[in-house]
Design a binder for this molecule. Sequence first.
Ligand SMILES: Cc1cc2nc3c(=O)[nH]c(=O)nc-3n(C[C@H](O)[C@H](O)[C@H](O)COP(=O)(O)OP(=O)(O)OC[C@H]3O[C@@H](n4cnc5c(N)ncnc54)[C@H](O)[C@@H]3O)c2cc1C
Length: 610
Amino acid sequence: MDYSDIQTIEHDVLVVGAGGAGIRAAIECAHHGLSTGIISKSLLGKAHTVMAEGGIAASLGNVDSRDNWKIHFRDTMRGGKFLNQWRMAELHAKQAPERVRELEEWGAVFDRTDKGLINQRNFGGHRYPRLAHVGDRTGLEIIRTLQDFCVHQGIATHMECTGLDIILDDNRVSGLLAYWRDTGRFVLFKTKAIIMATGGGGKAWKVTSNSWEYTGDGLGMAYRVGAELIDMEFTQFHPTGMVWPPSVKGILVTEGVRGDGGILLNSEGTRFMFNYIPEKFANETANTKEEASRWLEGDKEARRPPELLTRDVVARAIKKEVEEGRGSPNGGAYLDIASRRPAEFIKRKLPSMYHQFKELAEIDITEVPMEVGPTLHYFMGGIRVNSDNQETNIPGLFACGECAGGMHGANRLGGNSLSDLLVFGKLAGDGALHYVNSLTSKLICNNEDIGKVIKNATEILNRNEGNNPYLVHEELQNIMQNNVGIVRTGEELQIGLEKLDKIKSDIKKVYAHASAQYNPGWNEALDLVNLMVTSEAVTRAALLREESRGAHTRLDFEGEHEDGLRYNIIIKKTEQGMLAEKIIRESPSRELEEIAHASLDELEKGKNGE
Ligand SMILES: Cc1cc2nc3c(=O)[nH]c(=O)nc-3n(C[C@H](O)[C@H](O)[C@H](O)COP(=O)(O)OP(=O)(O)OC[C@H]3O[C@@H](n4cnc5c(N)ncnc54)[C@H](O)[C@@H]3O)c2cc1C
């Protein structure tokens, strides 16, 4: 067939996704003279990045001068239970301060300290106040700044344009087929390189802080052309999502509430986190209320309160309290900042939280505690990339931001995503630049490949009967929520896989019989294919990891196993279907290993080579 009448747009580099990672990557490419385009499912500025609340982690040392990249690196590795790609965690910790200052030069206005420096707040798992922030609306400031800067770089932004599949020429990237969401018309992007920056896939779960855009599209597109996924078993359940009213269940309550002094209580009024301090963190965590209060007042000798343990620990603790009958009326715990801080402080530092609870739950958080519970929040896993240039195993395909895996290991620290977007967005841009400049031959988009993508997409419109895509999505969410949740067993995962198999065949028969124009049923049906890849990948990887580590808890394999440190799990496409397999981890350099295991005293005093 001849597809020459399809709209065609050419760029040197096409960035898929206009969140922090995508825009930062595009800026790097355009800055070096490449013709650069960005496509996004929604409007420019409406990505997840805009929703980020608490802040961006970087060891600027503005509030506590003892902080430095080594301690940030150490915190990140410990938070990730030592499964992070060592080199990624190193690059991230070293380069985050530079990326934050650059953002400031481009116009971002962060909250200030008394001395006029960028202010930094405490967050779970970070040893020192490290999160640069703008109240609890940090993401808005970051995206606004990047967006402004990007439009002045001559980057072409194609909004409400959804990528469907990558086109390869001799196993190298040569294009991407997409459709305009309003008209339903197809558009072919001819390009030498693609940077995937589509974020995660939280919409595979019923209770999630993620928006409609998070359907794992980048993971699906990359997987289908042979890219590998890594660490997919590690899905982060944020401990504090709203639990009531039902219509807003899952919406995030920022960790900033606990960073600014909020405490967790059960229905008996007990501050229960003191009962859940893991041995590994005992030396660095306050074990009395009195010490925790001293820390809040700024006593540098006091240790951090247990509410600021890593997210996996806090989420499991809340779940346990509920299971043992000490939960709040709507199945969560109480998060109390009202009794800890004056109303004026809460309204100034946490304005979005104040409004969110006022508007959505008719609760004044300056007077009463909030009710909170775990919500699926973030994907540590994603597309496997080279740590230095973000290239995948498919030449010309790069990935950065939440859709790329490896940086956070088994658990991400709050604030480390926004810095990840900027650090690895830039590196992906650099990587694509070098790749494009090294190309010598012309690339072709094969008609047959284009035809296949169009056929798969239009079959849904042409069927006269079949499955309702919304109901199939709901069923998939039930499976992931019940079988691949915050705690898992081999038996439940196996049953989940069998149920997913049925969903896979249901997806082949979904229909949205109507015109492609303004057809949300069709949009939903197309998303399902990627949600399916994402869900299967998480479940298969979760079955293979027979231990409990970070965000992955197996009731049938309690605790971390020594052997679990030796491998990461990757997912790849084979002729027999999806395969999950263990790959042996690279050994770190001696310097990094020493830093990760050094005492804080050594690192604060600048030992270890500095
Ligand atoms: C409520 C909330 C609060 C958070 N707070 C913090 C915080 O304080 N600190 C922190 O570090 N992290 C925080 N996070 C996490 C962080 O915001 C995200 O991990 C991060 O913004 C992801 O950025 P990204 O650029 O990878 O993806 P996004 O910002 O989500 O951008 C993804 C882009 O991809 C596009 N896209 C997706 N699929 C397609 C497709 N098929 N075709 C075309 N475009 C597509 C989308 O339209 C969007 O433009 C928070 C997350 C949430 C949900």
